[in-house]
Design a protein. Sequence first.
Length: 396
Amino acid sequence: MANPFRDLFLGTPNRAMVEAVAPRRTFADVILPLPTRRALQHALAQIHNHDLIFRQWGLAERHDAGMGLVFNFAGPPGTGKTICAEAVAHELGRKLLVVRYAELESQWAGATGKNVAAVFRSAAEQDAVLFFDEADAIAGRRSTMLNQSYEREANLVVNVLLHELDEFPGVVVFATNLAANFDPAFERRIRTHILFEMPGPEERERIWRVQLHERKTPLAEDVDFRALAERYPASGGDIKNAVLKAAQIAASEAIPDAAKRISQRHFEEGIADVLAARQVMGQSLFGEAGAQDPMSLWTGAGGMVEAQDAIRDDLSALAARVVEVEDTMLALPERWERLTAPHAEAARALGARADEMGARMAALEEGGRRERRLALALSAAALLASLAALGVALLG
Ligand SMILES: Nc1ncnc2c1ncn2[C@@H]1O[C@H](COP(=O)(O)OP(=O)(O)OP(=O)(O)O)[C@@H](O)[C@H]1O
Ligand SMILES: [Mg+2]
């Protein structure tokens, strides 16, 4: 139940941070390689059994931790991770709550953890499937270098996230591109990794078809999806973009609408454009093309992101240092007080001892050997005591 007072103090997720989607796309809209499809079916069975055991059989009321189901959809861009998260929610008859981590990461230090907690609360209230899209940033980020405030903040957020994952009673889906970088603490909480591979020629042919309307889309006689599938090693996302581009080109031909048809050359032009653009953008993280692309210095190899991260790290280190200096300056008068009073006392005592020693030295001139030794020992002891007092004053 919504509670405005609690939201005021604990934070409430705003619209930019999360988007509640009523899922429309289903598994019928997505063509997957067999292992991926099997893994998804298995995940759905797990969710179903989980519901049966914990909700219907009442075991949730007996055991309260670690009852959620966390899945990670891992794979290259455009392989259907987002669409499958939607299909999972559709299958379960639940809403999909899409989390935008970049929005969630508040610019106000310390607020991000609060936002994460608010998102989980909102998902629990709506019984929604929680979907962390592009979760690479979160999943792998707990750092052991705690000397920078930015990293301390990031670790704090990850710790909040781990805690919420433990407590959340529903289904959570992460989507990541680089599964290998997972923080072990996340790894432990993820029940199953589901691998989304690039589609092979068979799947590509079916993806080409599924992107069109089976009755309404006008196709020319020469269209050959098999040839397109074999010739272009594209992802589902690429194919979708190519289809839209081809339709665009066909629609702008200078002939009556009724005569317009999407033909093979339109599809060829569409897919060639998409693949070329992807190469320029350097987004082909998983292909060899991206590595040779000069732009990849900034985008493909994560260079831009790394540079931004480095600058942000430097800035937060600088900010932390300024705060430290400020704190030291503020503490100075107090520390000065603390130092000077006992210090002066000890110095006076030391002076007195020195006087005393001088007097004893004078006495030595006249005294015998036994007295000399005794006087020397006494003076040394007195001096040591004074030094110890000074040490205590300085340290304390
Ligand atoms: N396996 C597939 N079957 C059918 N269509 C697909 C498939 N993969 C991708 N598509 C099409 O491409 C679009 C983009 O896919 P989606 O957003 O699900 O990819 P993604 O894996 O989430 O990519 P990213 O990592 O870039 O977020 C989908 O809306 C769909 O039209
Ligand atoms: Mg996606």
